[in-house]
Design a protein around this ligand. Structure first.
Ligand SMILES: Cc1cc2nc3c(=O)[nH]c(=O)nc-3n(C[C@H](O)[C@H](O)[C@H](O)COP(=O)(O)O)c2cc1C
Length: 204
């Protein structure tokens, strides 16, 4: 196993101060997502993950949409606070990746493999998480910074209407990315791996 893969994983962080300057062409990001869609493992090859890429104006529109929803829900003070964060941490970047899971593909899997039907929802979350992690790490490897957000199900209907997304697709997470404007603070302390792993049969 090459060390660069582990290094990229260890380097990945959450970035909350982004600019919209581009490090690579958008087509590079699209190609990267396509490569992962063609190679990531999925249970029984169900391929239920769906990705929506929003760049530039479309990306900013997503966050405007969310702010419109929050404006009707929050007190003026809390809205002010939230919108400031959304503008500087998410909207200020150059793109947002939306992670969906396709309910139709999952229903087919339930029908085809009734023995495993009760596992399907859990496996669907696992599949999405693998994509989220892979794309997050790959974006950082290119030089972008990203974070993982969960404004679903708040935005689901508005987004489905605006971008004509099938109502069978379930929104799982949103990943705004852009050029990082600062270095993240030190990682929160992790408990020792010695407390979190057990080894049997190690060669002397
Ligand atoms: C499953 C999962 C859900 C997360 N949800 C959010 C979220 O909704 N908003 C957010 O800002 N960060 C979210 N995060 C990011 C974590 O807060 C972050 O990864 C953690 O604090 C460690 O910081 P780091 O990413 O810089 O290493 C999530 C991370 C994971 C793995």
């Amino acid at each position: 196993m090459g060390h660069s893969f582990i290094d990229a994983i260890a380097k990945r962080r959450s970035y909350y101060h982004l600019s919209d300057s581009k490090i690579v062409d958008d087509s590079t990001i699209i190609a990267l997502v396509d490569k992962l869609l063609l190679t990531m493992p999925t249970p029984f090859n169900v391929q239920s993950t769906r990705i929506v890429l929003l760049f530039d104006e479309q990306h900013r529109e997503f966050w405007h949409l969310l702010m419109g929803i929050l404006r009707n829900m929050l007190s003026p003070e809390r809205f002010e606070q939230s919108s400031r964060k959304i503008e500087s941490a998410f909207m200020s970047g150059c793109g947002t990746i939306l992670f969906y899971e396709d309910g139709e593909a999952l229903d087919n899997m339930r029908r085809k493999f009734p023995l495993y039907a009760k596992n399907v929802d859990t496996w669907s979350e696992h599949s999405s998480a693998m994509f989220q992690f892979a794309i997050w790490t790959a974006l950082e490897d290119i030089g972008y910074g990203a974070s993982l957000q969960h404004y679903n199900p708040l935005v689901d209907n508005a987004v489905a209407e605006r971008w004509l997304i099938s109502h069978k697709w379930r929104l799982i997470a949103q990943m705004p990315f852009g050029t990082p404007l600062d270095i993240p603070t030190e990682r929160l302390q992790r408990s020792s791996p010695l407390k979190r792993r057990i080894v049997f049969g190690e060669e002397p």
